[in-house]
Design a protein around this ligand. Structure first.
Ligand code: SF4
Length: 386
């Protein structure tokens, strides 16, 4: 942590409460982080944008880490007031070795029996395997390890100058998987024209499966505002190690302010579709999933089937979006997912009582989606912890 300034402060609020658990992606409803700023300084990080930057000056993102001294007390106070749903906590960047706030936050999650997700990349997380394993025995708990390259070559070091080694991430994945905690790879972001060939993506999936990972979730770059400036600056400083022409790279610079791709949206769609298919096909070959299965064991027993079927519909919505199909199709799956998700009667009972007409009476569900749900009803309950 050379050249990193530490600032201690008291936060007024620790939990970010999202309106919906992020459907089809991480399934996270709440998040709570003990630090602002990140000494890893990845060049693709969305926190470089002024809108998200923890400090007023976004350029300080990797130079100042602000420690929320009262993070644990705040979590202890705020979490019991929330409806039980998945909470994403902690941050195991280097400063955690000293302050141990993430570990203490895990202890609160365990005491309150909340389902847990962790998004991480640091082997330091394995220091807390004992508590992680306890949470996993009690309820749903899963970890996504961010991995965007398969070796610690020049390219990886250029974009993640202070991030942990790829080797360290995969060996930590193995330890976490061996402790019985579900873990997988967050291939986010796939770096266009840098680490994105079919062969590279297949290798990433295989290394995940070989390390005990059970999923690979892929996501593209979301660059906007000053975040785009930082990423593009990194591209410009590394022409010798980059594949792809400058035009190809520019095609990916999404400008949130103008709500437009700077150049060619079609290029981005084709690229996303190809990456998705390469990952999905290799996942199938390796017997793992290209999505995170929805955690449902913490819901009341009578609602679990609804949650699982809604989860499948949300995953289909995400997949449709990844494949650049009609936005209406993706939207229809999401709408149907929400209708099933909010049902207070078990959908199996509803179907037994009223048949297809019962499904058609739900908001946003027509013949095609009713037939889709019938298919899901016949194969559901694949991921339910008793
Ligand atoms: S690890 Fe990298 S991507 Fe994650 S918050 Fe830190 S700088 Fe951003």
């Amino acid at each position: 942590m050379r050249d990193v300034e530490i600032q201690l402060y008291q936060t007024k609020k620790i939990i970010n409460d999202h309106k919906h658990a992020d459907e089809g992606w991480f399934w996270v409803r709440y998040s709570a982080y003990p630090y602002k700023g990140c000494s890893n300084g990845c060049r693709y990080c969305y926190e470089w944008d002024e809108k998200y930057a923890p400090m007023k000056d976004y350029r300080l993102l990797d130079k100042v880490v602000m420690v929320k001294e009262n993070a644990v007390e705040r979590l202890k106070k705020e979490l019991p007031r929330k409806i039980k749903d998945v909470v994403c906590v902690g941050d195991w960047q280097p400063v955690e070795a000293k302050y141990r706030l993430s570990r203490k936050m895990l202890e609160i999650v365990y005491q309150l029996k909340f389902p847990l997700m962790i998004i991480e990349r640091a082997p330091l997380l394995t220091r807390d395997l004992d508590i992680l394993s306890d949470i996993s025995k009690q309820t749903d708990a899963y970890v996504g390890f961010t991995i965007v390259a398969t070796s610690d070559d020049q390219i990886r070091l250029h974009f993640e100058p202070r991030g942990p080694s790829v080797k360290g991430r995969f060996s930590s994945m193995r330890r976490i998987a061996d402790a019985g905690v579900m873990i997988g790879t967050l291939a986010m972001p796939i770096l266009p024209y840098i680490f994105d060939s079919d062969e590279e993506l297949r290798t990433l999936v295989k290394m995940t499966a070989d390390s005990g990972g059970r999923f690979v979730l892929f996501g593209g770059l979301t660059l906007w505002g000053t975040c785009k400036d930082v990423y593009y600056e990194a591209l410009k400083r590394a022409p010798a190690i980059l594949a792809g022409s400058p035009q190809e790279h520019e095609a990916f610079l999404w400008d949130k302010k103008t709500e437009e791709w700077n150049q060619n949206k079609a290029i981005q769609s084709q690229w996303g579709r190809r990456c998705h298919l390469a990952i999905a096909e290799e996942c199938e070959r390796q017997g793992i999933t290209h999505y995170i299965p929805r955690p449902v064991s913490f819901f009341p027993r009578e609602l679990r089937r609804n949650k699982e079927i809604a989860g499948n519909l949300f995953i289909k919505a995400r997949e449709s979006w990844m494949l650049s199909e009609s936005p209406y199709r993706s939207h229809a799956f999401t709408k149907a997912g929400r209708a099933v998700d909010s049902l207070t009667e078990d959908i199996g009972d509803l179907y037994r009582r009223k048949g297809r007409q019962g499904l058609l009476a739900l908001e946003g569900i027509g013949e095609k989606l009713a037939s889709e749900i019938e298919g899901l009803l016949s194969v559901q309950a694949s991921y339910t912890k008793e």
